[in-house]
Ligand binder design. Structure first.
Ligand code: SF4
Length: 409
């Protein structure tokens, strides 16, 4: 297929595809799907080999957010039965982080619900970052605390944060349909603040919220322009008690096309499969490792993922390997120019950005980041009729941070 040969050539040269080419990837037929995966897989292997970076989410503060992001179980007015708790103490967060690191993760994503941190919150998180770094040598830490005010990114950087996650989530044109309490421009500003402070920027999207193909291409092109080191791709998890609870319209095939498009447009960045991996890719998860080079291990912010052991087995069975702390995530040209050098595990460097950046974003069950959603665009999800809640597929997190039960890692 000429389209795919062109996209592979451009991906290997880091050349931006045209919008028409990106849209054409989303419009490919099921007959062509394996060819699309194989082509994007060549680009993925060129820049990242067969390594898979594991990231681990620690939800520092859960629920009770004053913002109204429609996809999020922690939003204002959410009736989702999620865990709600205030800030974890530094030792509690470090203990949760250690479980993820013992399970194979190299990055810990510290996430808190809310519009953005107060200066006191930044002090609190700074202490947590220092505790985690003292107790876990070589760990990369990404913070995901919402919109940043002037000077806060610099303070997080001084405390040892390697990266900062804040997702764009959707296109500028549809942002107002998803959230009314802050703007798309607010989000762009925070990503730029993180970048300007020398943090490795992590910023991604949520697919599956009713957006068009054009919207998806718009947000991915905006991300390419912002140039984060990592791009988490969430597939909407429609959580009961949120406005998008009935948006079940993604298929595994649609998710694979979206990941392939993101890889072609952002060929040399850490593309992370974030929230919704198990729910929407289902048995196609291993195929998606040919497109993304990063995933979250274990659970998400407010929902449960598959067992950490199953994640590791899937990676091995598919012929990939877990990236070690002695391996640099990003290609050399990015670690030379990146502020924090995500992917570089140098003292000043990040190490990488978020499986979404954090990738998970400080958003809840549908966090903006590690919780996602996904729009189908093609056929309805095979496992469920559209417009019906699927409590059988979505389990609210009941273990790990904020509970007395052991975390999933
Ligand atoms: S995504 Fe973040 S800001 Fe939006 S409602 Fe959820 S926790 Fe609040």
């Amino acid at each position: 297929m000429d389209l795919l040969n062109t996209l592979v050539d451009k991906g290997l040269r880091r050349e931006l595809p045209t919008r028409e080419e990106a849209l054409a990837v989303l419009a490919t037929s099921d007959d062509d799907l394996l060819d699309v995966v194989a082509a994007a897989g060549k680009v993925r292997r060129h820049w990242f080999g067969r390594r898979v970076k594991l990231n681990y989410l620690v939800n520092l503060k859960s629920g009770l957010c004053p913002e109204d992001c429609s996809y999020c179980s922690q939003r204002l007015g959410s009736t989702a039965g999620i865990l709600k708790y205030t800030w974890l103490k530094p030792d509690e967060a470090s203990q949760a982080a250690a479980a993820g690191l013992a399970g194979g993760a190299k990055r810990v994503c510290l996430v808190a619900s809310g519009r953005g941190p107060t200066d006191r919150d930044v002090d609190r998180v700074s202490e947590t970052i220092r505790t985690i770094k003292d107790q876990n040598e070589g760990v990369e830490v990404c913070a995901c605390l919402g919109l940043l005010s002037d000077g806060q990114a610099e303070r997080l950087r001084e405390a040892g944060a390697d990266a900062y996650n804040h997702n764009l989530n959707t296109s500028e044109g549809t942002y107002g349909d998803i959230t009314t309490t802050h703007t798309y421009a607010d989000r762009v500003d925070t990503v730029q603040k993180a970048h300007g402070a020398g943090l490795s920027a992590c910023s991604g999207l949520i697919a599956g919220m009713g957006e068009s193909d054009e919207d998806l291409v718009d947000v991915v092109y905006s991300l390419r322009e912002l140039d984060p080191d990592s791009v988490p791709v969430n597939f909407l998890i429609p959580v009961e008690g949120t406005p998008l609870a009935k948006e079940w319209n993604l298929t595994p095939q649609r998710c694979l096309r979206i990941l392939a498009m993101v890889r072609f447009v952002c060929p040399d960045v850490e593309v992370r499969i974030a929230g919704g991996r198990e729910v929407h890719l289902r048995t196609m998860q291993p195929l998606a490792l040919n497109l993304a080079n990063s995933i979250f291990l274990g659970d998400y912010l407010t929902t449960e993922g598959q067992a950490g052991k199953a994640d590791l087995e899937m990676i091995a069975d598919a012929g990939f390997e877990v990236e070690g702390t002695d391996q640099v995530t990003l290609p050399e040209h990015r670690t030379e120019t990146a502020g924090g050098g995500c992917g570089s595990h140098e003292a000043a460097g990040c190490g990488s950005h978020g499986g979404a950046g954090c990738g998970s974003s400080h958003e809840g069950a549908g966090c903006g980041s590690h919780e996602g959603g996904g729009v189908c665009g093609t056929a309805a999800a095979a496992a469920a009729p559209v417009n019906e809640a699927r409590t059988d597929l979505v389990a609210v997190r009941r273990r790990g941070a904020g509970t007395d039960l052991a975390p999933n890692a």
